[in-house]
Design a protein around this ligand. Structure first.
Ligand code: FAD
Length: 279
């Protein structure tokens, strides 16, 4: 039997977390795989679990000021069908896992699992999404791109739980998502790409490029993006080598069972090029 508690509400969850270390479990689609044991044995958890997936008060998606606010226990399948879900996030979720896994998995789990190949992070980085982290006595807001520090490493503190994901409302004229994987469903990315741009009067007013699975954390370089603002798309296209060289410095993939570093690097550069050529 796995040692666990099932809080009735958020207040109770925060009290448990304040009293001693618990591992928050949302859908468990990462945790149960990581802690699996031989068949017929209980999963192998060293820390007691705080089961939060039944906290209905954390299941919502709504407009709040200029943002879309998503309760942290909202499952991905609900987000996929919801009209308030930003288009690029919906595109990404539509190829994550499979309907059954999406029914019990969450954005907060994908964020805190902090895999370099996490798919929802592509959209969350591109959208400048933030998470709200709460403990019994504190509340803070952190950019998702700053929350993730490295593979399986985040800056979430021991007594904190993510309660909400906040996404600033933004509009783009161009959005692209490409996932390169072994198959369409239940595949972890070999490399994946999100590009978003806003072109007004033939000028690039907003440009966001994010890659996963080609370095220890996802790549989004705002300094590179801002160099190309207020220019015509054909200027970017004529300077393609300069843009690709700038990204190449950050693309440092590894070899693993899914792909090799040469394929990943070339594919990542091709995806950036393809996107810029569509502007
Ligand atoms: C068959 C299969 C296919 C998959 N396919 C994909 C895929 O295509 N793309 C992809 O990116 N991922 C994929 N995954 C991984 C997984 O489904 C996702 O990462 C999912 O979003 C995890 O959400 P969860 O709610 O199940 O997280 P959990 O397993 O419950 O938790 C994951 C981590 O997040 C922490 N956590 C969760 N919620 C909170 C919170 N509110 N506050 C604080 N900490 C929290 C947990 O403590 C744990 O460390 C797949 C998994 C499986 C089993």
């Amino acid at each position: 039997m796995v040692e666990h508690v099932i809080p009735k509400n958020l207040e109770e969850a925060l009290k448990y977390l304040n009293a001693k270390p618990y591992k928050v479990i949302a859908g468990g689609t990462d945790l149960m795989v990581q802690h699996r044991a031989w068949s017929a044995l209980s999963p192998n958890f060293k820390t007691p679990l705080l089961f939060c997936f039944n906290l209905n008060a954390l299941k919502y998606i709504k407009v709040q000021n200029d943002e879309i606010a998503i309760g942290s226990m909202t499952d991905l399948e609900t987000l996929l069908d919801h009209p308030l879900t930003p288009e690029i996030l919906r595109k990404v979720i539509s190829v994550m896992a499979s309907p059954a896994i999406r029914k019990v998995s969450t954005l907060s789990g994908n964020i805190i699992n902090a895999s370099p190949a996490a798919d929802s992070l592509l959209a969350l980085y591109a959208l400048d999404a933030k998470v709200v982290c709460r403990s019994l006595h504190t509340e803070r807001e952190v950019l998702v791109s700053e929350m993730v520090l490295g593979p399986r490493k985040t800056q979430l503190k021991a007594h904190e739980i993510i309660t909400e994901i906040r996404i600033p409302k933004t509009s783009f004229t161009h959005t692209t998502f490409v996932k390169v994987g072994g198959r369409l469903a239940d595949a972890i990315s070999k490399v994946a790409f999100v590009g978003c741009a806003q072109i007004v009067n033939n000028q690039v007013k907003d440009l966001r490029i994010v890659l996963n699975a080609v370095s220890a954390t996802l790549i989004r370089q705002k300094a590179i993006e801002s160099q190309w603002l207020n220019k015509a798309p054909n200027v970017l296209q004529s300077q393609m080598d300069t843009i690709l060289e700038a990204y190449e410095a950050y693309i440092q993939p590894i070899d693993d069972q899914r792909s090799n570093k040469y394929y990943r690097k070339q594919t990542a550069l091709n995806l950036i090029k393809q996107f810029i050529n569509t502007l």
